[in-house]
Design a protein around this ligand. Structure first.
Ligand code: SF4
Length: 746
């Protein structure tokens, strides 16, 4: 049955990861011509190898690329790399496939008078872009042009784009698609620790006695991190907090299937149990934190009975779990999108941090309040995109910071922007209000991925000029562009990524971009020349030169990397975690923050931050009686599938049709059978999907993977008020069986 088919494909993807004799592994080894892996024809046999960091997720695995005449012919996971220890997920194995896709953008495309995109020269493209953007700024002010960038480009490109757009072109507003995945963690850490500082190292997965995963389906979203847990010899308790019985929940020792968006109540309830039982590290709380008495008072509103009623979890299970979280054990807490993409996401992340602070579970092996990032360079974006922070984690509004960055970058101080950027959703609102009329989108696909997609399509239509810079001219967003700039992809350019554990790793050019496609770095340099501000960026000539500028920007910050000589040092070490100030000893392979119990606030103390929970913004109703959850579909899929859909092998590892998970108790009264086509609708629209009937989803809930282009017709545009991150994980929905008379469906 089709429902079983979806499960089988997920199981296949998982098994292929771990089983050297599994079917995927056999395919990889026996069909090199088809997949570009395994035995290589003699004419392509590699004559050299080089190690690069994978360009999909934030794990930052090392991949050994096999070269012939300097060009990639093949790759394999790097055995001695400190992150992945010789393992890779299917996306990593297939990292070269998207580069060879037939729909790569190979020339600039300009929309003509008949409304068609037609190839033009780079010269025409750049002249048109600058003329149109300058005309918009002349008529409506500098802030009428904005940019949206990506966590998929290298840090050097982020820094150059941020500096060019704001200091060179006069833009004020620019944000990244990292707003959709990491803004919550950034805000939570800044408020609690005094700096955006994930404290952990991946070794903590292997050294914990208790691993708490909140809103994270690690098995398929970060499979190599899950492998690190599997290497833990301490027989850890694994506690998964997730409404669904995900692949990770199935493998856990404890699954807390709480009601959707009751996590803040749960976390406060667990904190109260720790306080009531005295399972606290009082010395750590006294020396290294502030605001504990007020937090303890706040917890009085969360007696066990309330927590059990609101989360739907039994009292005994709450007590069992709380008993594992005291100071006697090594406890590490990990969270990702199930927390970050919520309506009260920052407070939820901080409730996790609070638990770690109560037990003194921070700065020691096997501990930490640890945010797992999404994209390969979301962490680079957090420090160097020049959007919400001035370069290197500085403050646009601070005159001293502006002076320092002017000196570090060689850019005149009076050109350094004084105003922080609007967030992504606020930029979208300004477009709606027509005060932003020109938009430059780099390496992201918001026409597919932005929450409440129908409105976003309308909003794109309100722009006077839309430039999309991407590897593919076929994305939903590129097809809407007035001008498409063809960009090189991962593997076709140089630079650095920063992974979830703060490790700076190298990306290298191992393939030629097709046609006239150029590295984003070179496109930004060309735009600077065309705009007339090229002189401002004379010192920013190469990615390696920009890395030196980034180092200077980091000086004396918590993320200080002035002790890294350059790319060769990073290459030799297999990546280097920040910080590494000048004069440091050679870095250990794995380092965590806060080992001394001193945080980045001026008084050195972490903050307990808390607030009363709020109900989700969209309530279920008689018409829409289900809560719709979203998340990763399989380890073979990535975001809007712009790249993963280009690999025949990856396509084989996920279901061809979109599926909705529904509990048997909900399917039966609606006459819905396994694999049948159903309509899933919300107050904003409807989509078709096949029913996957499973006890893995609770009654009253539905789950649809996020990758299909129709998915965001349903989502509700709510945002965390602190981080402005969209709340993708919760909206009201209904489901009905489609009959042969319905046009939609199969
Ligand atoms: Fe690449 Fe992430 Fe897979 Fe590692 S786990 S191979 S970084 S996609």
């Amino acid at each position: 049955m089709p429902g079983d088919g979806a499960a089988r494909m997920r199981a296949l993807a998982r098994r292929a990861l771990y089983d050297p004799q599994g079917p995927l592994t056999r395919d990889l080894l026996q069909e090199p011509g088809r997949f570009g892996l395994g035995r290589v024809p003699a004419r392509l046999r590699p004559d050299a190898t080089t190690t690069v960091v994978c360009g999909f997720c934030s794990t930052g695995c090392g991949l050994t690329v096999h070269l012939r005449d300097g060009q990639a012919v093949n790759l394999s996971p790097t055995t001695e790399h400190p992150v992945n220890l010789g393992m890779a997920c299917p996306k990593g194995w297939q990292a070269l496939a998207p580069l060879r896709a037939p729909d790569r953008a190979t020339a600039p495309l300009l929309r003509n008078a008949r409304g068609r995109q037609e190839p033009v020269s780079w010269e025409v493209a750049l002249q048109t872009m600058t003329a149109r953007f300058k005309a918009i700024q002349a008529a409506h002010g500098d802030a009428a042009v904005a940019f949206i960038s990506s966590g998929q480009i290298v840090s050097e490109e982020m820094a150059l784009l941020g500096a060019l757009a704001k200091f060179g072109m006069g833009m004020i507003h620019g944000d990244g698609n990292t707003r959709q995945c990491m803004a919550t963690a950034v805000t939570a850490y800044k408020q609690a620790f005094g700096f955006d500082a994930p404290p952990f190292t991946y070794a903590d997965f292997e050294e914990s006695d208790v691993i708490v995963l909140v809103g994270s389906n690690l098995c398929i979203a970060h499979p190599i991190m899950w492998e690190r847990i599997c290497r833990n010899r301490r027989r850890p308790a694994i506690i998964v907090v997730d409404p669904r019985k995900t692949e990770t929940a199935m493998a856990a020792t404890h699954h807390l299937p709480l009601r959707p968006k009751s996590d803040l109540v749960l976390l406060y309830g667990l904190a109260r149990l720790l306080c009531d039982s005295g399972a606290l590290d009082e010395a750590f709380i006294a020396k290294s934190t502030r605001d504990f008495p007020a937090f303890r008072d706040h917890l009085s509103a969360f007696p066990l009975a309330r927590v059990a009623a609101e989360t739907g979890l039994p009292v005994a299970q709450l007590e069992d779990v709380a008993a594992l979280l005291g100071p006697g054990r090594r406890v590490s807490y990990w969270w990702t999108m199930g927390v970050n993409q919520g309506h009260e996401a920052v407070r939820t992340a901080q409730a996790i941090i609070n638990l770690a602070l109560l037990g003194g579970h921070i700065g020691k092996p096997g501990t930490g309040a640890n945010s797992i990032t999404g994209q390969c360079n979301a962490m680079g974006s957090r420090l160097y995109s020049n959007t919400t922070n001035l370069l290197g984690g500085h403050d646009f509004t601070d005159a001293g910071d502006r002076r320092k960055i002017a000196a570090a970058t060689g850019i005149p101080e009076d050109r350094i922007t004084r105003e922080p950027s609007l967030a992504y959703d606020q930029i979208v609102e300004r477009i709606l209000a027509r005060s932003i009329r020109g938009l430059w989108i780099i390496g992201t696909n918001p026409a597919h991925s932005w929450i409440n997609q129908r409105d976003f399509h309308d909003i794109l239509g309100r722009l006077d000029f839309l430039v999309v810079q991407d590897m593919y001219a076929t994305t939903e967003t590129a097809r809407r562009a007035d001008l498409v700039l063809p960009a090189a992809g991962w593997g076709e350019k140089d630079g650095t990524f920063i992974n979830s554990e703060r490790r700076i790793g190298l990306v290298k050019k191992v393939a030629r971009p097709p046609g006239q496609a150029l590295a984003d770095f070179h496109i930004f340099r060309l735009v600077a020349e065309a705009w007339g501000c090229g002189d401002m960026f004379r010192d920013w000539a190469t990615p390696a030169a920009v890395f030196q500028i980034m180092k200077r920007c980091s000086q004396d910050q918590p993320c200080d990397i002035t002790g890294i000589d350059g790319y060769e040092m990073i290459d030799r070490a297999g990546g280097i975690q920040w910080p590494l100030p000048a004069g440091s000893s050679p870095p250990a392979a794995e380092r965590r923050l806060f080992a001394d119990g001193v945080f980045f606030h001026p008084d050195g103390r972490a903050r307990f931050v808390f607030e009363a929970p709020r109900p989700p913004p969209e309530r279920i109703s008689d018409e829409f009686p289900f809560v719709l959850l979203t998340g990763r579909g399989s380890s073979s899929q990535w975001h809007t599938q712009t790249r993963t859909s280009k690999s025949a092998l990856l396509r084989r590892l996920y279901p061809r049709d979109l599926h909705v998970e529904i509990n048997p108790a909900d399917a039966a009264p609606r006459g819905i059978g396994p694999g049948e086509w159903v309509e899933v609708s919300s107050p904003r629209g409807a989509i078709s999907a096949r029913a996957f009937i499973t006890h893995g989803i609770q009654p009253g809930q539905l789950f649809v993977a996020m990758h299909d282009e129709t998915m965001n017709r349903l989502t509700f545009p709510a945002f965390d008020p602190e981080s402005r991150q969209p709340a993708y994980k919760h909206c009201a929905a209904s489901v009905r069986r489609l009959t042969p008379g319905d046009a939609a469906g199969g």
